[in-house]
Design a protein around this ligand. Structure first.
Ligand SMILES: [Fe+2]
Length: 395
């Protein structure tokens, strides 16, 4: 790998691949400006050179990248600006940071570099704390469409959030949560080996595209076996088995229910749900409630019935952020699931029966409504049929 002597590097250079220390530790992700302060710190730490498989970018390329980064920061700030509540802002900032960590660590592992195993563990532990503190905010965040262009990294992070939400809500032990989060993180890392034009293809996939994609669980296994030595076996099994179906129709091995690790079954469900509800260049994302219905149809075929039941209990049939019609004609937003009561979440009534915005929204816990004559959910409605609301602000 080409080396660059620190003493010959000028400040404000940028490379199109990550930079590594002579010990092969990740120093800086790709397309990050090496500042005068960075160079001074490297000299102070007596690092003589850095290595990278990439090339030094031209001044014009650096300028273009910096402008794009500024625009991205401005749009993230605009999004924060809309979020008034401190807790939501804090959770959103953590989510954006976590995305950066997932991206940097996966790129490093894929380009054959070592990552300190404590770093992914630290990220999972923080995420567990975050979900314990603000579960519903994170469920809302993963239902939004951030990072459309780089959906693989967001998908990995959203899988972690959803798996850990299921784990936390079913009172899993700390060490199981750690394994579950790590497995959700790394299972799709092999997808980074599939060329981007195949991953993002808008037309039907060819046989050769499919065979490439179907290899990704084993690619993930290879990367994990090579670079991460001291993780629990379940992490590797989640990578290998997350596309296996309980009826044996999945890949790569066609394993049946009793042969699939329970963590891999949780990830299989989270993975499909996350993929279904997100917008892609070639299709709209499904409403959470339709995705949930489709998952239910795959009970005992693709998914384990007990895990599907837990998932349903955690998410409710009408997940957070869904707009629903109530039996008294009013319209409400689902703001919180009631664990174990998938049809009776907590909702915020926002519109009267004519679809007019209420001046004072009313919070209703459908669990405490009388089964005979209390208010019930009639069904989901298309948000476009009502005056526009900002769901992030309402939750
Ligand atoms: Fe996958």
């Amino acid at each position: 790998m080409p080396r660059y002597e620190i003493y010959h590097l000028q400040a404000n250079v940028m490379f199109d691949a990550p930079l590594y220390t002579p010990e092969k530790l990740l120093l800086m992700p790709a397309r990050r400006l090496v500042t005068a302060d960075d160079l001074a710190a490297l000299k102070k730490w007596q690092v003589d050179y850095v290595e990278t498989s990439g090339r030094k970018l031209t001044d014009q390329e650096v300028e273009r990248i910096l402008q794009t980064m500024m625009a991205k920061k401005a749009s993230t700030r605009a999004l924060y600006g809309k979020v008034k509540d401190y807790e939501k802002k804090r959770a959103f900032e953590f989510y954006v940071d976590a995305e950066g960590l997932v991206r940097t660590m996966s790129e490093a592992l894929c380009s054959g570099m070592r990552v300190d195993p404590e770093k992914p563990r630290g990220l999972v532990r923080r995420l567990v704390e975050e979900i314990r503190r603000s579960r519903d905010i994170y469920l809302n965040i993963i239902h939004n469409d951030y990072g459309k262009e780089e959906h693989l990294v967001f998908h990995m992070l959203n899988n972690m959030v959803l798996c850990l939400t299921i784990g936390v809500s079913s009172n899993m032990r700390e060490e199981d949560l750690l394994t579950l989060g790590l497995g959700a993180f790394f299972a799709d890392i092999g997808m980074l080996k599939v060329p981007k034009h195949v991953r993002d293809k808008t037309r039907e996939l060819t046989e050769s595209d499919l065979s490439m994609i179907r290899k990704h669980p084993l690619e993930s296994e290879k990367i994990l076996n090579r670079w991460i030595e001291d993780y629990d076996d379940a992490v590797i099994r989640m990578a290998v088995e997350h596309h296996e179906n309980v009826d044996g129709s999945g890949y790569p091995y066609g394993k049946k229910s009793h042969e699939i690790h329970s963590h891999a079954k949780i990830l299989a469900l989270a993975d499909v749900y996350n993929a279904m509800t997100k917008k892609r260049t070639y299709r709209e994302g499904k409403a959470a409630v339709s995705a949930m219905k489709e998952l239910l149809l795959m009970k005992d075929k693709k998914f384990d019935a007990a895990i599907l039941k837990t998932f349903l209990g955690v998410m409710s049939v009408f997940p957070v952020g869904t707009i629903i019609k109530l039996s008294d004609g009013t319209f409400a937003l689902v703001v919180r699931p009631n664990v174990g009561m998938p049809l009776q979440p907590i909702v915020k009534v926002l519109f009267d029966a004519e679809g007019k915005r209420l001046e004072q929204p009313v919070l209703v816990d459908l669990r405490s409504e009388s089964p005979q004559d209390g208010v019930k959910i009639v069904g989901p409605v298309d948000p476009a049929s009502l005056p526009r609301i900002d769901i992030v602000d309402e939750l």
